[in-house]
Design a protein around this ligand. Sequence first.
Ligand code: C2O
Ligand code: CU
Length: 541
Amino acid sequence: FVPDAILRVTAQNQTTSCLPSKSTVLVNGTSPGPELRLVEGVTYWIRVYNDMPEANLTMHWHGLSMAVSPFADGTPQASQWPIPPLHFFDYEIKPEVGMAGTYFYHSHVGFQAVSAAGPLIVDDCNGPPYKYDEERIIFIQDTFTGNDSTIEAGLSHNPLKWSGEAQAILVNGQGGGSSNGTACNSTLSSLDIEPGKTYRFRFIGATALTFASLAIEGHNSLTVIEADGAYTQPYNTSFLQIATGQRYSVLLTTKPASENTHYFMQLESRERPTVTRGFAVLNYGTPQPPSIFYPPAKPVMTLPNTTLGFLDYALRPHPMYEDDYPSAQDVTRRITMTVHQRITGPTIWVENNYNWTETFPQEPYLVSLYKSDGIGFPSMDRALANNGLDPVTRAFPAQIGEVLEIVIQNTGADAGGLDAHPFHAHGAHYWDLGSGNGTYNSTLNELKLAGAQPVKRDTTMLYRYALTTGNGTQMGWRAWRLKVTQPGVWMIHCHILQHMIMGMQAVWVMGNSSEVLGKVPSPEVEGYLTYGGDVYGKDEV
Ligand code: C2O
Ligand code: CU
């Protein structure tokens, strides 16, 4: 058995941006880790080694549906045991035909994904539907002062010890500056380009917390052609907003001949008490990219700078290809997931009154189902009596063939106030029905959607709609429509790592027991039922 790729995860002291050296989880020695390039329709096996002596690990292939191998989705306590120290696990991955696009991989344990992540690109088997000369990846991360274990401990502490705000936004692992625009000496990432060419820029939102707006000085014509792995009709914009978990491909035509040798790309955070910035350089052939360029406070570019402007921004591209978007009449069930921050005891997030961190099973759902031959499967009857959630297994069951409308309803916090949350679904992409203030009303929303064809996404924002009342009771919603086709155990969660650690995660069990158990892990996968993978053999250490 020879894996198609090997990822080795270590924890090493590293200096990132302007922060003092601290233990950082790296993939093959770097953050971001190496680019994985797969072709749709082809099966790959990726071996992931946990070389960290003191931490568990899993690897998740963010945005891939994992239809043929739900066991390899990389969610601890849901689809697999975590990989213990000095063990490895073999992940089977087959990107479906039609899902060529931009993805990333990241650890799904604790705060590790802040650094243990890298780009994953799925190429079209017949070439992309858009023409461009070259492509560049813009992998967006953010940095924090504490190391992962300090941040994890703080977030589980009573009372809460917040991680602090992001110190910088990084592009391809580089970037300077700290919150409030303080300069620091740090090299910026240089995107080397040539005049008169069309580039496909693949933006990957791999931040822990940061919801970034970005624009490029002197280049305000960006054409979005892909969102979360779905090609879109061309959509022109001068700036992008990209949340943790989201991806966009953008076509950008460079200047015919450039007056300047370099232009700044600026990123800044939204929806946080302080603004964190990041910069990169679009470099027209200067042999030596600018060494430190902590740029002027605000390079010339178009970014909305009011909260209203930010809320108004709704990137709604149309899908490139017709798909079988179900109408409102086709919907078989509506489920509301209410999200709320509770402070009776430690500060936690609950979905329908359940907190993942407090209630998650010791044994992952999917492993239990295999081991028990389906005993302990979530009960649909119990779930139907309880707004979709089975209180015994604490999972949301769904049947193959159902057309669900999942509404995520923001109900703020015990202490008042609201937060914004990028909600992400594993296992499938959903048609995004939009978002709004107040409580979701499917009839009114249907009128708004008339004639439109929503694009399929895997991560969209539950905004903080508190503008009209500001008293903390105001709500907001995000709605998705989803045709259930894939058996498996799939998570739906906020993609802010801090919120995940505070329990903002839920699990869906899709398919009946024989459908789920039909997706057996291949016999090559050692250790799946026991504890997260095989121990290193002699030749593998
Ligand atoms: Cu990228 Cu469950 O996450
Ligand atoms: Cu959140």
